[in-house]
Design a protein around this ligand. Sequence first.
Ligand code: ATP
Length: 222
Amino acid sequence: MSIVTVNDLTVAYGNHQVIDNLSFNINQGDFLVVIGENGVGKTTLVRSMLGFIKPQKGEIIISPQTKIGYVPQFRNIDQEYPLSIRDFIALNVQHSFLPWLRTSERQRVDEIISQTNLQKIADRPLGLASGGEKQRAYLAQALLPNPSLLILDESTASLDNEMKYELLDLVTRFQQQGLSVMFVTHDWDLAQHYGTRFLQMTGDGYLTGPINELPRPEKEAE
Ligand SMILES: Nc1ncnc2c1ncn2[C@@H]1O[C@H](COP(=O)(O)OP(=O)(O)OP(=O)(O)O)[C@@H](O)[C@H]1O
């Protein structure tokens, strides 16, 4: 079942056209890898799907039951950041204007902390967490309201190899429980390892298909 359908999408900043007639879809349960070089419009596509940019042409149809969680590309959280990991995750509680968390909300925060292996460090300042721990906290914050589609924009870019696989193994565990994933990356190996389908964006056009049909990067071909 398609949860996102993109038809003939064209997006420009002023007269700089960035996305030109793009069509693809995301099916329930997909781990869709969006792969392409710098500047081809991957983040622009994500921002369009989140409703932050109005397309010049085309449409993005998101099925009514689909709730999107989003982990953006870069985030500089310095050491002075005042919130603990737990507080940071709880920022995404979508509650009324009560200045405290209800018991059920507190339990949900605890649950996602445990599912993302952050129990031991949840009360430490986020600013003092390692890169991998911070990424898990961003993931936990995005997953807190139980989205059905998670968009990860280059979430592994700043991590070393082991941490990349650790983070995506975790994401895969949620995917196995029904979460659909759209993962934006430059990394062909990660795409192959985790993806079920791909959308390749290039300056010349777009290609989509099952992950085993993702073309190898040119320098590694042959
Ligand atoms: N707000 C903006 N206003 C004008 N141009 C923009 C804006 N955001 C992005 N661009 C331009 O649009 C093009 C696509 O940018 P985008 O960030 O979508 O690419 P990307 O594929 O995500 O790149 P990267 O892999 O480097 O993150 C680039 O040429 C960029 O300079």
